[in-house]
Design a protein. Structure first.
Length: 95
């Protein structure tokens, strides 16, 4: 897991309100958003289809989806918890 700045950690951990992540290229926006989505799925028990994540380009959206799918798969493969694996697989199936 990356070492997060305070602002990045705030973006990942903030709940009950919408956020905007704005930064220069290569600053970690996609990584922050993917980790925010993963947190909402695993800790807050949301389904991926209950989350709206927007980007400015189709290419960026596809990159975010690819990274999210890769992380979901990694976490599913690493988990020994049958219920967690089931939840992660359900999210992959939705994507």
């Amino acid at each position: 897991m990356p070492q997060w700045s305070k602002q990045q950690l705030d973006a990942i951990e903030t709940v009950d309100k919408n956020i905007t992540v704005s930064a220069s290229a290569g600053a970690g926006k996609t990584t922050v958003l993917v980790n925010r989505i993963l947190k909402r799925i695993q800790q807050d028990h949301l389904q991926v289809n209950q989350i709206l994540a927007m980007t400015f380009t189709s290419a960026a959206a596809m990159e975010m989806k690819k990274r999210l799918m890769n992380e979901l798969q990694k976490r599913m493969d690493a988990s020994n918890d049958i219920d967690a694996k089931k939840t992660l697989q359900e999210q992959l199936d939705i994507l």
